[in-house]
Design a protein around this ligand. Structure first.
Ligand code: OGA
Ligand code: MN
Length: 197
């Protein structure tokens, strides 16, 4: 894994956005996709808000995705594999980059056809515990015509990232405005934050 962790961290240092094309194995990506679809088909995924509890705005004009939180209490072997991978990445990040990440939170995310998330930052105005955003995509054979790209707004340029299966992206939560362009078909991911409490 160290090679993939280095790929993420090196691209982050170079360009403020870390990208690893195959952060998840195909097998783990498949299993997590099955979990997501199970929650979706059982109507367990809920309209996402745009703030934390104190700013519990549910604004469909700003974002229209649906989410379901991963949780160690779910006792799901594949979620546990994902958490183990994140534990290993965080240990590596804290050791090599002197960050002090102490916890994380992740949710499954479903954007259905027509869904989007307008330009935003990931850190809440009243709580700065989210240090890094970390998103992993679960979409096989994604092509440009499917839309749904992550659009990063750098100070002097824009960067489009397609949500290809197994790819992870990683960036500072308070720094890079970004948006999810309207998707033309179901777009799945695991979205989360690495936190210092
Ligand atoms: C988010 C977000 C980007 C993506 O959930 O905050 O910006 O590519 N997601 O899914
Ligand atoms: Mn975001």
């Amino acid at each position: 894994m160290q090679k993939i962790f280095d790929e993420l961290i090196d691209s982050f240092i170079e360009n403020k956005i870390g990208i690893a094309a195959n952060f998840l194995s195909e097998n783990l990506a498949n299993q997590l996709t099955q979990n997501l679809l199970h929650h979706f088909n059982n109507h367990e995924m809920k309209q996402a808000g745009t703030g934390n509890e104190t700013v519990a705005l549910q604004n469909k004009n700003f974002r229209s995705d649906k989410i379901f939180w991963l949780d160690k209490k779910n006792n799901n072997a594949f979620e546990d594999d994902f958490f183990k991978l994140m534990d290993a990445f965080i240990l590596y990040l804290n050791t090599t980059c002197y960050t002090s990440i102490t916890s994380y939170e992740f949710h499954y995310t479903m954007y259905e056809k027509g869904d989007f998330y307008k330009k935003h930052l990931d850190q809440f105005k009243n709580n700065d515990s989210r240090k890094f955003s970390f998103i992993t995509y679960l979409n096989k054979n994604w092509i440009a015509a499917d839309g749904g790209e992550l659009l990063i707004h750098h100070p002097h340029s824009q960067q489009h990232i397609s949500p290809q299966n197994g790819k992870s992206v990683f960036f500072k939560s308070n720094e890079l405005p970004h948006e999810v362009l309207t998707t033309n078909k179901s777009r799945m991911s695991i979205t989360g934050w690495l936190k210092s409490d």
